[in-house]
Design a protein around this ligand. Structure first.
Ligand code: PLP
Length: 393
């Protein structure tokens, strides 16, 4: 008999009932150090007092009004995003995949309005992840996600990650946009080198192609800049954001330049819940905290500390780990052992990590993880590695 919850997930036998900072408490009382943060969602950890206050304050005032009316928290968050980024305008969604939908629609509408009705093709890359909607799975094009779900939304050109020749060859006047993650998350914490991101920007400029960055996972301070593309000194035309922006409340966004958004006039897009007062009240507070330069400087310092400790663990257990990679507090442990065994051993040691493709274990801790918890993370991962080494001996 089918489970009452559609069985699309294989869940660990863990039930968390409360959380505080980087810690989660299991129903049986065990405490777990959370280095996954809900897959980069709980950007400020669990039960951050300022977020609890923002949410409960809004909850006491007003939960929902339609986008038929002004929503002050939404305005505040949009203004803050516009002030701190390349963007001139923002549309709010409830998730990353909805941000993908709009990014695709926006790029196509842009060219339609320019009279280039057949300029609809979007270039994407192997190992990418853009969500689970029909556009999202067609964009990523991975066999695992698309098999059985056809016919797929047409109009995506899939290229190998890092194949420059294929990219040059694929460019034509049918290409509306290039969509890419500055750091692939699900794909195994694979950063696109800054030089490549710059090269992509140049290519887009040369051919008038729109650049869509998917910063759903690598954005909102995760790499030590507010958005990951800032490291490369470039800006996109359109950017997808979600995960960390709501600090755990469902919220996503599409940010765009005035030019790229020019086709999106009244009535061309909408969302019942997108930009809901509760979500935006929390999002505005997250933005206020994470958008602060002093906070981001701390993310970089903590990232350096964690990385240094991880390098030590990797060096001590060459049978288990091959390398540390990633950027800021978006780190991956490339495994020699099986990544899911490492994640599983973490359950026994009271530490939560997240598997990714390419046999990688992801570490996506809260951006405000304490130095003490970084020390404990290294100790626990050492114990995890020892456990896996022993099991494989
Ligand atoms: C998680 C993720 C998405 C999809 O976001 P949802 O909120 O799960 O729909 C899209 N792109 C990237 C890079 C992601 O990590």
């Amino acid at each position: 008999m089918i489970a009452s919850i559609l069985p699309t997930y294989s869940r660990a036998p863990l039930t968390f009932v409360s959380g505080e900072g980087s810690w989660l408490v299991e129903a049986d009382g065990r405490r777990f150090l959370d280095l996954g943060a809900g897959i980069a969602v709980n950007a400020l950890g669990h039960a951050h007092p300022a977020l609890v206050e923002a949410l409960s304050g809004q909850a006491n005032a007003l939960w929902h009004v339609s986008n038929l009316y002004n929503i002050p928290a939404q305005q505040q968050l949009a203004d803050a995003l516009v002030e701190k980024t390349f963007a001139d305008t923002v549309f709010f969604t409830n998730s990353g995949t909805e941000a993908c939908e709009l990014a695709v629609k926006m790029a196509r509408k842009y060219w339609f309005d320019k009279g280039a009705q057949d300029r609809t093709q979007i270039i994407t890359f192997s190992g990418s992840f853009h969500g689970r909607s029909s556009a999202g799975i067609a964009a990523a094009g991975s066999e695992k996600m698309i098999k059985g779900f056809g016919p797929l939304l047409p109009g995506f050109t899939h290229l190998e990650f890092g194949d420059h020749d294929a990219l040059q060859a694929a460019v034509s006047d049918k290409i509306a946009a290039i969509m890419v993650e500055p750091v692939q998350g699900e794909g195994g914490i694979r950063p696109l080198p800054d030089a490549c991101l710059k090269g992509l920007r140049d290519l887009c400029d040369e051919h008038g192609i729109l650049m869509i960055l998917d910063e759903v996972q690598c954005g909102m301070g995760r790499t030590g800049k507010l958005f990951a593309h800032e490291w490369a000194g470039i800006t996109p035309d359109i950017m997808m954001v979600a995960k960390g922006i709501g600090g755990g409340f469902p919220l996503g966004a599409v940010l765009a330049t005035e030019n790229a958004a020019s086709g999106m006039t009244a009535g061309t897009h909408g969302s019942t819940y997108g930009g809901n007062p509760l979500a935006c009240a929390v999002g505005a507070k997250v933005m206020e905290i994470v958008g602060d330069d002093a906070f981001l400087a701390e993310v970089n310092r903590k990232a350096g500390l964690l990385r240094q400790k991880l390098e030590g663990v990797v060096a001590a257990y060459p049978e288990v780990f091959e390398a540390v990679r990633g950027s800021g507090l978006m780190l991956g442990l490339k495994c020699k052992a099986t990544n899911t065994d490492v994640v599983g051993a973490g359950f026994a040691e009271g530490v939560l990590t997240v598997p990714a493709a390419d046999n990688v274990v992801r570490l996506l801790p809260a951006l405000n993880i304490t130095d003490e918890d970084i020390g404990l993370a290294a100790e626990k991962l050492d114990a995890v590695a020892s456990r896996v080494k022993e099991a494989n001996a």
